[in-house]
Design a protein around this ligand. Structure first.
Ligand code: ADP
Ligand code: MG
Length: 288
């Protein structure tokens, strides 16, 4: 039978907007020694604003933005939303065909029968498109049309108001290793990591690289404790599944991640993770 204290723990967590999917996960939460956070949408707002549109090779700026908005029409990535918003006009869905979203790279689609790529450096490398090396603050989305570089859109995101507190609280609870894992560029990751005070970060990761990073942490922590991963779930379901405790942000998060997660933070506030650990430890001390 399940000790009564667990119900108190799960109920107490629920009142704080933390959904724990069973008593095993309360125990695991109590023992967390290392924790990895996804960046975009988890530690940062995931609300990007377009700051710059730079066109190349004879493309007009307006055309660049329109093509990008069309390529991003069906993506629910925070980057996509910002580009659609910057364009601000409706897009005719019937102009888009052969749409593919390539995780941690971007989009490939046909727009008015031209092959359009919208994504990061890695996508441009993969498709052999000569492109600008941008020295801008923030995330860059490059555009290519029929194999020709058309320019880039720079967008920026900012940390959530409680992100630095979230890291500080975890340290105060004795969580030894707080890591940030991201698919975003190194320069962006470095700046956010420094601002928030995480112990270390890894950038330019593919979803499977995040799984490898968690496996490394699991190996390092070993029998000494548990490893948690916190993500907003866009591309994060595999890594959420791999951690001892997979935590999803419920607000922005994708359904797949919420389904896979052991713990769901209903309010999207990363500082709730420390609160969850506190509740779990308290329950632990009552039950044991
Ligand atoms: P994070 O790990 O920070 O949450 P993701 O893994 O979701 O980031 O994405 C990693 C990178 O892949 C983004 O920073 C961006 O460069 C690129 N990318 C992903 N999805 C898209 C998209 N829909 N459009 C353009 N670029 C994208
Ligand atoms: Mg993310």
């Amino acid at each position: 039978s399940i000790p009564l204290g667990y119900f108190g723990g799960i109920g107490g967590a629920a009142k704080r907007g933390i959904l724990v999917k069973g008593s095993t996960f309360l125990d695991s939460l109590a023992g967390v020694k290392a924790i990895a956070f996804d960046k975009t949408g988890t530690l940062t707002k995931g609300v990007f604003k377009v700051t710059q549109t730079v066109s190349r090779n004879g493309f007009a700026q307006a055309e660049l933005l329109k093509l990008a908005a069309a390529a991003e029409l069906n993506s629910n990535h925070p980057i996509a939303k910002s580009i659609r918003e910057a364009y601000g006009k409706p897009i005719d869905e019937s102009t888009i065909s052969d749409y593919t979203e390539i995780a941690a790279h971007g989009i490939q689609a046909k727009i008015e029968n031209r092959v359009v790529l919208a994504g990061n450096d890695r996508l441009m490398h993969r498709e052999n498109i000569a492109h600008d090396t941008c020295n801008v603050e923030g995330t860059v989305v490059h555009l290519a049309v029929e194999g020709t570089y058309a320019g880039y859109i720079a967008i920026s995101d900012e940390p959530k108001p409680d992100a630095a507190l979230a890291i500080k609280s975890l340290k105060a609870l004795g969580v030894k290793n707080v890591v940030m894992l991201t698919g975003d560029a190194k320069a962006v990751a470095k700046r956010v990591a420094k601002t928030l005070g995480v112990d270390s970060y890894q950038a330019e990761l593919l979803p499977e690289d995040k799984v490898t990073a968690i496996e490394q942490l699991l190996w390092e922590v070993g029998q000494k404790g548990k490893v948690a991963f916190v993500g907003d779930g866009i591309n994060d379901a595999p890594v959420i599944a791999r951690a001892d405790v997979g935590i999803a942000m419920g607000g922005l998060g994708s359904d797949a991640a919420i389904e896979t997660a052991d713990v769901v933070i209903m309010t999207d506030a990363p500082s709730k993770v420390a609160e969850a650990i506190q509740v779990a430890r308290k329950t632990h001390s009552i039950v044991w």
